[in-house]
Write a protein that binds this ligand. Sequence first.
Ligand SMILES: *[C@@H]1O[C@H](CO)[C@@H](O)[C@H](O)[C@H]1NC(C)=O
Ligand SMILES: *[C@@H]1O[C@H](CO)[C@@H](O)[C@H](O)[C@H]1NC(C)=O
Length: 387
Amino acid sequence: MGQISMWLGIAALIFLQNVSAFNLVCYFTSWSQYREAPGRFVTDDIEPGLCTHLIYAFANISGNQITTYEWNDESTYENLRELKTRNPKLKILLSVGGYHSGSEPFRKINTSPHTRSEFARSVISFLRHNNFDGLDVAWNGPSQNDRRHLVNLVQDLNIAFHNEVKRNPKKQSLILSVAVAGGREAIDNGFDIPNISRFVDFLNVLSLDFHGYWQDHSHPYTGHVSPLRKNKADKGSASSYNVDYAIRYLKTKGAPDRKIIMGIPTYGQTFTLSSAQTGVGAPASGPGLPGTFTKLAGILAYYEICSFNHDAKKEKIEEQEVPYSYKGNQWVGYEDETSVQAKVRYAKDNNLGGVMVWTLDLDDFSGTFCKKGNYPLLAAIKNELNK
Ligand SMILES: *[C@@H]1O[C@H](CO)[C@@H](O)[C@H](O)[C@H]1NC(C)=O
Ligand SMILES: *[C@@H]1O[C@H](CO)[C@@H](O)[C@H](O)[C@H]1NC(C)=O
């Protein structure tokens, strides 16, 4: 009797683990290899047990074919394959498109069903040849006119992926994900959510970059990169600039809960203050100064924020459940261990498919800066996911 109930208990545990398996989807970028040490990030820095899915950003598109982007992509692909010997469950996807590629290459693929099928064939052979488990479509900012084409693209990829395993039943079907904007206007413009959802395994929601120095060129003001909730001061369209709104909006648009993967940034959006005000909504003159390693005005990696915070004033935006800090005229809104855990709880409470991190290379992956061990943000996320 005791043994039977023990077995039932174990069976129930296994069952529970299966139904509550949350995905932890982690992007990393090819250009992080060009940062100076110790900011330089290479495949050796990836811990194979940290994420359920790794996504390498980005691949290029050339003449309706998917191609490499970096001179050393072939060897990066090989190193990625190597990670699976240490974690056979790890799924590795290749992301195609991104900011620098824009919409043109995607529009060319969509010239006709013929060009789309040419692309789908090249994707399957490229992914199989390099041992990837799937494709992430990162069409940045599709317009109203592109909306239908994005659906056609993921539909044809989905059909091609399924036909491949029909011909070769021993193969596991390639995974298909799509990066979806987090802002309401961008979703309305380019993303036909119900149709896209039918054809992809999951949606990587870019629930980040809700605020930045670029938002209002004539009167920039401070705001958080990825507030979990609305701020009292948010009126009109600003009411939608938060994670909670984006997730609820996608659900009402017909995205199945379990296909929604909620994005969390490991970087901050920075501002240069232009008055003595230091809170949220304080006037700014433009982006914050470039980081020592990331070297881009307006953003800082979490590891750079740890250095900045050493002698900065740290605050929390209570109603939005996220931190910011400032020093002199420099202001940054970012994520810390507490705020990412609040987000993971939100994702679990809302029965989502998991969380996505943009990116591994912007966390304190080496533990050098924050002195909290390797990958402090990822570790906090994983901890909370496993609770
Ligand atoms: C990507 O493909 C386009 C189109 O062929 C090409 O013009 C561009 O140079 C490629 N980019 C890289 C980095 O190879
Ligand atoms: C999207 O779905 C609607 C409703 O099922 C359908 O009428 C429409 O043609 C679809 N659009 C595309 C591009 O598939």
